[in-house]
Structure formats: C-alpha cells, structure tokens
Design a binder for this molecule. Sequence first.
Ligand code: GLU
Length: 313
Amino acid sequence: MTDTQAIRAAVAAAHAQHGADPGGANASYIPYLASVPAHLAGLAVVTVDGQVFEAGDARYEFAIESISKVCTLAAALEQVGPDVVREKIGAEPTGLPFNSVMALELHGGKPLSPLVNAGAMATASLLRAQDVEDRWRQILSMQSRLAGRALALSDEVNRSEQTTNFHNRAIAWLLYSAGTMYCEPMQACDVYTRQCSTLITAVDLATMGATLAAGGVNPVTRERVLAAANVPPILAEMTMEGLYDSSGDWAYTVGLPGKSGVGGGLVAVMPGWGAIAGFSPPLDEVGNSVRAQAMVAQVARALGLNLYRVPGA
Ligand code: GLU
C-alpha cells in the first residue's frame, strides 16, 4: 500500500494544478446540467483499506449520469451472471457516440456494451422485477451499497431528463423491435433516466470504485456488495467503453479502467489498490470532464498506478 502521505500529497497537488484548468463546457442537452457552476472541482481517493483522501469540492453532490451504468451492470451480473450479459448485451466497444442509433443498426440491434445508452437500458431491462418501482429500487439499492450510503434521486435532475429524453425513448423502442429489450421499453427508459438522476459526490464515486478494486467488498462499510467473480467483467467493460470515444486513449495514456458521466464525474479503478474520482462540470467534445481527467491522470501517474505496468520492471 502506498504510504498515506504520498497519496495525500498527490491528491492536493493534482487538485491545485488542474482544478481550475480552462477549456470544455457543461453538458447543455440536459437543462439541469447546464446550470451547475462550472468552477466546481473535486478530487477523492478511497483505498481498499477504507482510507479517504480528498481535495476541493469532493463533497459537492452532482448528477451521476452515465456512471450509473456501472451500478446497473453490477446488479444485472449479480442476477444473471457474466455469460448472459455478454450474450444479450455484449462486450465490445461500439466505436461510436454513447447514444448512437447507428451503432445499433450496424450490429443487428445488439448494444455491444452495457456502458452506452442502448446497452444500459437493455441491462436495466434484464433485471427480474415485478414492476417499475421494484426495478428502480434494485438499481438504487446497488448504487447506494456501492457508495456506502443511501443515495437519492434528484427530482430536479430527473424532471429535467424525463422531459427531454426523446432520443433515449427512440433507442428503447429500437431495441424492442430488434428483440434486445427484455421488459416494457418505456419502463426501461424511465428507470434508466432515474438511475442517471441520483446525486453523488466525488467521495461516493471513489468509494464505488474502491469497492470494485477490493473485489466487491465496500472498504468503508465492509459489506460484500457483489461477487468477486463479477468484478473483472465490469472492469473490462469500463476499459473498453468507460470514457466514451476516448476510452482507448485513456487506456493508452493512463492505463486504468474508468467511467465518466456528463455530470462531470470520472472514476478510475486500480484493482487491489483503490480508486481515484474527480468531478468538474466542463466536458470535452466527447463528453468527459476536462479537469477530472487531468486530476485523476496526474494522481495515477504520481503514485505509479497503471494496470499495464509490469510490477518491478
Ligand atoms: N442521462 C444521460 C443520457 O442518457 C447520460 C449520458 C451520459 O452521462 O453519458 O443522455
């Protein structure tokens, strides 16, 4: 385990150096996201032994957005296992934007990844549920257990998204027509939209990542949240599609499975070590937070964290 002083110093330095970087713009296609103060920047590390390090606005609550796809994937893996997820959703990068209709058309309606919108709605639809509230409860419960506290829906974010999510509704119906939607399509879209609308902090996000890094046990609450066998498929999906169209670049330059959201959050996971999470609203052109990428990458570099690095070499 890296000594605590080194982690504290790396977190403080990365925030000081990149917490006010210029460039990027808030997501504007969801009205709520456009209104979040752009100057906010938070950074957090949680280790597999439950230590928490933070800098800046690490306790500011922001919309989880696409990062929720990781939690729903975890819930589905717990119920149906990796083989069914791979067969019905897929395990390939789409190479196209996260809400691409073309990606579906090109692959016979198979989403390929649970971390794009089509795949996330199909994943939510895979959960065995009695009704929409039951499906939602299961997803919120997984998010909360990964974060180690009871998360809640923001009515404001949810309203903002439910009244503007026409593109996602169309994707849900396309999945249905292709036979790759496993519950009533508008129920899946409704639940998916809610799952994007919960509020989290950078500390929550780092705790979620650290739970994966610890093989499925939340290092803060000590609860086993998912089976150890379900962690590698999640990290593999994150590597392939976690940072939208720049997932490959991120793997090449940082070398850690990650997931970002258009709310400005980003988490990177080092298996067996812990997770680094950043938050700042301005996004680059593919949808990743400009400052979160810079801060998280700097911490990883400073602490020598890279999945592809050969130990001792
Ligand atoms: N709710 C957003 C959407 O479905 C999430 C997108 C994201 O964070 O990638 O468009």
